[in-house]
Ligand binder design. Structure first.
Ligand SMILES: [Ca+2]
Ligand SMILES: [Ca+2]
Ligand SMILES: [Ca+2]
Length: 472
C-alpha cells in the first residue's frame, strides 16, 4: 500500500464523533480502541483516456473493503478532483459498465471549498442500496466511469489533480479520496478540501414541463400555444380507416381540478371508429423523468363491452428506416379487454430499441402484469444513462436495460385506440374513456415517485397549471 495516505487526525475525529453519539458509557468503551476505525477502504484507479485532452475523462475505479467488517457501499463516497475548462462549464456523468451495475452508481459534481489550480471541481461517486455490501477483503470490481462536457467540447485533463496519464492498469491511487459514513478513510484531498462536505452544485438539468390540462375544449387555442397537437391526421396505429377525432378529446373539472378525457368510440366498422390522441408537437424529451396521472377503464361508458382497446401514456420518436437504431419508444399500454393474443386485461411497459414494420420484427424489452388496472394510477418513467425504470402507484413495475436507451429526443403522447374490431362484433355504438389529470417531465433528473408527487403539489400550491422550461 505504498501510495496509501490515511490521515490519523481524521481517524481520531471519527472516534470522537462516535463516542459523543454513544454518550459517556460509549466513550469509556471506545477510548483508544480501534473499533471506530473498522471501516476502511482502498481505491484503485486506471484510465483508458490518457491524452492531455479528450472527449471524455474516464476515471475507472475499484473500491476494496480493507476493514474488518461488512461495508455497505451506500456509505461510501469517492471524489475525483479536476480543473474545469472554464468557470461556467457544465459536466455530465455516465457509467459505461460496472460489476455492481451502473444503475447502482451515482455521479454528482461539486466545487471544493478551497479551489486549487488543479482542482476547482470534483466528481463524487456514490452507491445506492442496490450495490449491496462488500465483505472484508472484497472489492467492487470494475467501475468503468466517465464524464464529459455538457456541450461535448474537448476537455483538458492534463491539469486535473486526480488524473494519471500513466495509470493504464489498476493500482492504488491516493489522488482520489474516499469517505465512509462521512469520515475520510483514503487519499489526500487537494488544497485542504474536506472530502466530507456535502456536494455544493445543484443536480444538472431540472427544466420541467408540467401541464394540469386546464383547458376548455379541444379547440382551445392555448392547447396549441402550449405545444400540444390534438390529432386529426389519419394513419396508424389501430383499425385501418378509423378516424382520429379531436372532438372526442374533452375537458371537465372535478373538484376544481381539470381533467382531459380521450373518448374512443365505434359501432363495429372502420367508418364508425373514432380514436383519440394528444401529443407534444416537439420531439425534445430524452433523459429524465416522465409522469402522468391516468385513469384507465375496463368497461365502456355505454354500449356492449369487449373491444380490444389500448389505453396509453408514452414517449416516441420517428422510425427513419426499418431497424434504424436511433428509434426510441417507451410505453405504458393497458389492454382492458386483452388483445395481441392476451385473453383479458394486461398492463405492459415496453422499451424499444427499434423495429421493422414489414415483415414485423421488434427489438424491445417489456414488463407486464395481468390484472385489472381500472381507475386512477400514477405512472412514472425514468431514463438515465444506465437504465429505464417504470413505476405504477409508487411501486417499481419494471427495469429495462441500457441497450434500449434513447439515442434521440422524443415527443410525449397519450392515446386510446382499437387493435381490431374482432373483440366485439356488434354494430351497437359504444365508447370508452381514458382520462389524464396531469403530465410532468423533468429533464435529466431521475425523480422518485414521491418527488414527482411533491413537484406536482408545488405547482398546484403556486397556482401554476402549465409550465414548459424544456429547451427545444
Ligand atoms: Ca481540466
Ligand atoms: Ca433505439
Ligand atoms: Ca389536472
Amino acid at each position: 500500500m505504498t501510495s496509501r495516505t490515511t490521515p490519523s487526525r481524521l481517524r481520531i475525529a471519527l472516534a470522537a464523533t462516535v463516542a459523543t453519539a454513544l454518550g459517556t458509557a460509549g466513550l469509556t468503551a471506545l477510548s483508544g480502541s480501534a473499533s471506530a476505525a473498522a471501516a476502511d477502504v482502498t481505491v484503485q484507479y486506471r484510465t483508458s483516456a490518457t491524452g492531455a485532452t479528450a472527449d471524455q475523462a474516464e476515471p475507472w475505479l475499484k473500491v476494496r473493503n480493507t476493514g474488518s467488517g461488512g461495508l455497505p457501499l451506500s456509505s461510501v463516497k469517492v471524489r475525483y478532483y479536476f480543473k474545469s475548462d472554464a468557470a461556467g462549464t457544465a459536466y455530465r456523468f455516465a457509467c459505461s459498465w460496472a460489476v455492481k451495475g451502473c444503475a447502482n452508481i451515482t455521479g454528482t459534481f461539486g466545487t471544493p471549498a478551497n479551489p486549487t489550480p488543479t482542482a476547482d471541481r470534483y466528481l463524487e461517486i456514490g452507491f445506492t442500496a442496490g450495490a449491496g455490501t462488500l465483505a472484508p477483503g472484497a472489492d467492487t470490481g470494475d467501475m468503468q466511469l466517465r464524464f464529459h462536457r455538457a456541450d461535448w467540447q474537448t476537455l483538458r485533463q492534463s491539469d486535473d489533480y486526480s488524473f494519471g496519464a500513466a495509470q493504464t492498469s489498476y493500482a492504488d491511487w491516493a489522488k482520489v479520496t474516499a469517505s465512509v459514513a462521512g469520515s475520510t478513510v483514503w487519499g489526500t484531498s487537494p488544497g485542504g478540501d474536506d472530502p466530507t462536505d456535502p456536494p455544493t452544485d445543484p443536480p444538472e438539468g431540472g427544466q420541467s414541463l408540467f401541464d394540469d390540462f386546464d383547458y376548455s375544449t379541444s379547440s382551445d387555442p392555448r392547447i396549441s400555444a402550449n405545444g400540444w397537437n390534438v390529432r386529426s391526421n389519419a394513419g396508424g396505429p389501430g383499425v385501418p380507416g378509423a378516424t382520429w377525432s379531436p372532438e372526442n378529446v374533452t375537458f371537465a373539472s372535478s373538484g376544481g381540478n381539470s381533467l382531459m378525457n380521450l373518448r374512443t368510440s365505434t359501432a363495429g366498422t372502420a367508418e364508425s371508429t373514432r380514436q383519440t390522441e394528444v401529443l407534444t408537437k416537439a420531439m425534445k424529451f430524452r433523459n429524465g423523468t416522465y409522469a402522468a396521472r391516468v385513469r384507465f377503464s375496463d368497461a365502456p361508458v355505454s354500449g356492449p363491452d369487449g373491444d380490444r382497446l389500448v389505453q396509453t401514456f408514452f414517449t416516441i420518436n420517428d422510425l427513419k428506416a426499418p431497424m434504424a437504431d436511433d428509434y426510441a419508444e417507451y410505453d405504458f399500454e393497458y389492454l382492458p379487454n386483452g388483445g395481441w393474443g392476451e385473453p383479458a386485461n394486461i398492463l405492459y411497459t415496453t422499451s424499444w430499441e427499434t423495429y421493422d414494420p414489414d415483415p414485423w420484427q421488434a427489438v424491445n424489452q417489456h414488463s407486464e402484469s395481468r390484472q385489472s388496472f381500472a381507475g386512477w394510477h400514477d405512472l412514472v418513467l425514468t431514463i438515465d444513462d444506465s437504465s429505464i425504470k417504470y413505476y405504477v402507484d409508487g411501486q417499481l413495475f419494471g427495469t429495462h436495460d441500457a441497450a434500449y436507451l434513447p439515442e434521440r429526443p422524443m415527443s410525449i403522447n397519450f392515446n386510446q385506440w382499437l387493435i381490431d374490431l374482432a373483440g366485439q362484433t356488434s354494430t351497437t355504438p359504444r365508447s370508452y374513456d381514458e382520462q389524464v389529470d396531469y403530465v410532468l417531465h423533468v429533464k435529466d433528473q431521475v425523480l422518485s415517485p414521491a418527488q414527482v408527487g411533491a413537484k406536482v403539489d408545488a405547482y398546484r400550491a403556486a397556482g401554476t397549471t402549465f409550465e414548459d422550461e424544456v429547451p427545444g
